[in-house]
Design a binder for this molecule. Structure first.
Ligand SMILES: Nc1nc2c(ncn2[C@@H]2O[C@H](COP(=O)(O)OP(=O)(O)O)[C@@H](O)[C@H]2O)c(=O)[nH]1
Ligand SMILES: [Mg+2]
Length: 381
């Protein structure tokens, strides 16, 4: 007989480790839940004798070892993945602060001047940098920053506060209706790849998904989405290249309604925010969605390439106005030393960053978490 191991898995996740949901046998589950005392007495066990559990490692550690023995090393947690993805940004920010402050005995207003270039260099943007510096100066004037560690802690707190202050904007589908997610942005930012990764994440949660190939501009775009469809086991609703994007959207949404699909993700052609005819096309697609499912699209995700930095902000402003963007996906965070742009986006656009792309594989999409991000920028391990 097999039992669901989810209580154990939850316990490990609370402990900061992401673990694949797995099944434990009845026997191993009861072993894991046995008290430490009775385990010590349990003869013939590989855990018997003067082992780690007798030395105060605790129940979590015990269960972790248990799971690792049974299933191998746990997957890296979101925090680990985030730390890895922002390595270059961290070097550009946190490690440069160490370098610049290395010779400084006392942190006062004038030493803080050196920080400006570092914060701008990591792409936090002018407004955000000024805001952070003015708060730091107030503290420095009152001699409240005793060393570099304290300085970094204060910056980290402000970064977190800015990221945490953006309200969620996405709507919720009515009960029994599919959730409609529209993905927009300029060419090459990573829209189609993000859709593939999102489909993968939703499938992992056992949700049913349909992809809608409304980027009818290029035949290659439809094929690219189909590759992601077969990789993730998700059907793609499509039309011929050059077809009307609103027509394929109409078909996809009706199919989803009829099949009670959980989520539909719509790929759209890359467009420049300055092309009014293409922006009008997005509005037409939104109106079509609205007619089939009132309230749709529930989420309009603007995909931005982190490597384009501050230039992306103006783009984002115009998209937000005409396409009603509800959230940002920042891709290619793995390839930039300027990941501070996340903070500028939140502060200057007031839009929540919903996901970050940290690579090209299906699992390389992280739900954005302000605390993890701020922690990763300043972590020392
Ligand atoms: N390193 C990295 N590459 C990415 C990421 N997201 C997308 N890409 C790559 O960016 C390129 C453009 O992606 P694509 O999805 O075709 O962009 P689209 O034109 O906006 O649909 C592809 O080579 C992707 O593999 C990411 O998070 N990290
Ligand atoms: Mg594409």
């Amino acid at each position: 007989m097999c039992l669901d191991a989810s209580p154990l898995v939850r316990e490990l996740q609370n402990d900061g480790k992401a673990v694949k949901p797995q099944i434990l046998t009845n026997c191993s589950l009861s072993y894991a839940l046995m008290s430490r005392k009775s385990r010590r007495r349990s003869p013939g066990s590989e855990y018997h004798g003067p082992n780690r559990y007798n030395q105060g490692f605790g129940r979590h550690s015990y269960i972790k070892t248990m799971i690792q023995t049974l299933f191998g090393t746990p997957q890296p947690s979101f925090l680990d993945k985030m730390k890895q993805a922002v390595t270059r940004t961290r070097e550009n920010l946190s490690e440069r602060i160490d370098e610049v402050m290395a010779l400084t005995k006392e942190i006062d207003s004038s030493t803080l001047d050196d920080l400006e270039g570092i914060l701008l260099g990591a792409d936090l943007g002018m407004k955000t940098t000024e805001e952070i510096l003015s708060k730091l100066r107030e503290k420095a004037d009152r001699k409240q920053i005793k060393d570099v560690a304290e300085l970094k802690k204060l910056i980290k707190e402000q970064v977190f506060a800015i990221l945490n202050a953006t309200p969620a904007r996405a709507g919720k589908p009515a009960k029994g209706e599919p959730e409609i997610i529209m993905v927009v942005g300029v060419n090459g930012t990573g829209k189609t790849t993000t859709i593939g990764k999102l489909a993968h994440a939703l499938r992992t949660e056992r949700k049913t998904v349909l992809l809608c190939a409304a980027d009818t501009f290029r035949a290659a775009a439809i094929e690219q989405l189909e590759i992601w469809g077969s990789r993730t086991g998700v059907e793609v609703i499509k039309t011929k290249p050059g077809g009307d994007p609103s027509a394929v959207l109409y078909d996809a949404l009706n199919a989803a309604k009829a099949r009670h699909t959980d989520s539909v993700i719509i790929d759209t052609a890359g467009r420049l925010h300055t092309k009014t005819s293409l922006m009008a096309e997005l509005e037409k697609m939104k109106r079509t969605a609205q007619r089939i499912i009132p309230g749709a699209p529930h989420e309009v995700l603007l995909v931005m390439d982190a490597t384009t930095g501050q230039n992306g902000l103006q783009q984002a402003r115009l998209f937000t106005e005409s396409a009603g963007v509800t959230g940002i996906v920042l891709t290619k965070l793995d390839g930039t030393a300027k990941g501070g742009v996340v903070v500028a986006i939140s502060r200057e656009l007031g839009l929540p960053v919903r996901y970050v792309g940290v690579g090209e594989k299906a699992g390389d999409l992280l739900p954005f978490n302000a605390e993890n991000f701020a922690e990763s920028l300043f972590s020392t391990n």
